[in-house]
Design a protein around this ligand. Sequence first.
Ligand code: NAD
Length: 539
Amino acid sequence: MMDGVFEVPLPENEPVKGYAPGSPERAELHVALASIASEQLEVPVVIDGKPFRTGRLTEVAMPHDHAHVLATVHHATAADVNAAIEGALRVAPAWQALPFEERAAVFLRAADLLAGPWRMRINAACMLGQSKTCHQAEIDAACELIDFFRFNVAFARQIQAIQPRSVPGQWNRTDYRPLEGFVLAVTPFNFLSIAVNLAAAPALLGNVVLWKPSHTSMVGVWHCLQLLREAGLPDGVIQLIGGDGPEQGRAALASEHLAGIHFTGSTGTFRALYQGVASNLEHYRSLPRVVGETGGKDFIMAHASADADALATAIVRGGYEYQGQKCSAASRVYVPRSLWPAVSERVCAQIAELKIGDVTDYRNFLGAVIDERAFGRITGYQALAKESAKVLAGGGHDRSKGWFVEPTFVEVADPKHRLMQEEIFGPIVSAFVYEDAAWSDTLTLVDTTSPYGLTGAVFATDRAAVREAQDRLRQAAGNFYVNDKPTGAVVGQQPFGGARASGTNDKAGSLWNLGRWLSPRSIKETFVPARDWRYPFVG
Ligand code: NAD
């Protein structure tokens, strides 16, 4: 037993390593890349810490070298999912009974292991498995995940400190219970940090979790699961159930013990899960919490007072980093006619300098898109651009060795073109040129053109224009940027998420998200209770 009001460590954002030529981190990463590339992993279903090989396999290849298989992944059957639920519910009482500090210590230790001895292994797995450059892997698999682990502990502590007032004669307390049942974490391919956090955040608060990752992220996911084990996460608290999704999702949603879904991925998948929960409602012991961060059609709105260089750089970095496969990626841009010649010329010049290829060649700014399905979808949009808009840069692709798509810059004449409305999730940015005098009407266009509401940016030096855009686009983006690209949210600095078709806006990496995995209990204790039923008024 221990008594004490323990302070949790004050989190700082993990510094981003530079990987400059000759740096020690570059040399270490080189060794880790060789090691991950030389193994062929077999990723089992993991229930109560034990591997299960179902024999229903999917291969995971490097997106930039699709002949190179990195792993085979076993798909969980409905029976595996049920066994995972039973196992998780068995370990739940012991996990919940651990004092918060002990659970927190597991994730703080994971953060320090990842910041230190595990950093290169996990960065290398992310680079090769998800085709990220060393910078993109570093800001995702290392820094953001470390930040999630550390900041979640501090945010959870802040929540616990929110306590009701007590009046003389009584003591009121709030007990922050985990949910009763299990949380299903269904996670996307594009961010390893998000994938791990969707399972880890509910677990920190005492929940037990079934984790269904995207199979294209499985190499990184597997190493992260080993990291959590080394950090001391007890078996069964996070169960790994690989697979395509529908089969595992159906089995999990059928359980009366489903307490919540923590999802990030596409809008369509989230709606299907939400629908599944809705049609099962009378069956559940508790109404499940449904939290989902989904797609985006993120905008940059430029005013005539904008700085053309800054705007062009934001379009290039915001639109093409990680091949445009960020939910926050800039993909529709509105530029006033007076600025267009300078901006389009600078964007095209910068695109001409971007190299694309194997991510282990550090000169490359873009790797490959995740898989053949994504390649087909994105090149379909390239074809649409060629037939119905003006392709100003890029437009090509090459599937011979990897799923490579050139960064593509398009000008559309119709502001409601499909390229301005639909999430492409690839390296295509479309621009609409508006007449300078139509600034105000164009704000309406930005607000009403796509169903999403995730991220957006305004570029202007005129303060009145900044203010007007902020007001008029208030519901158009959950993360709004002024004179910056709409990507790159940092835990603790810009809590992330959007509404409309972009999700429930529960702000990953914040106190609000953690609150969804808690079911507070109010406790009132009266020190000297009444002993006579009569109130004065009956006298
Ligand atoms: P996806 O929807 O294809 O898959 C997400 C997960 O859902 C995967 O694990 C998949 O296997 C699983 N799945 C698919 N169908 C399922 C079903 N019927 N039942 C249960 N699970 C199912 O998404 P993706 O391609 O992995 O990720 C890209 C999408 O994620 C984009 O739309 C992007 O905008 C979005 N995203 C959003 C955020 C955000 O914070 N808003 C962050 C990252 C990615």
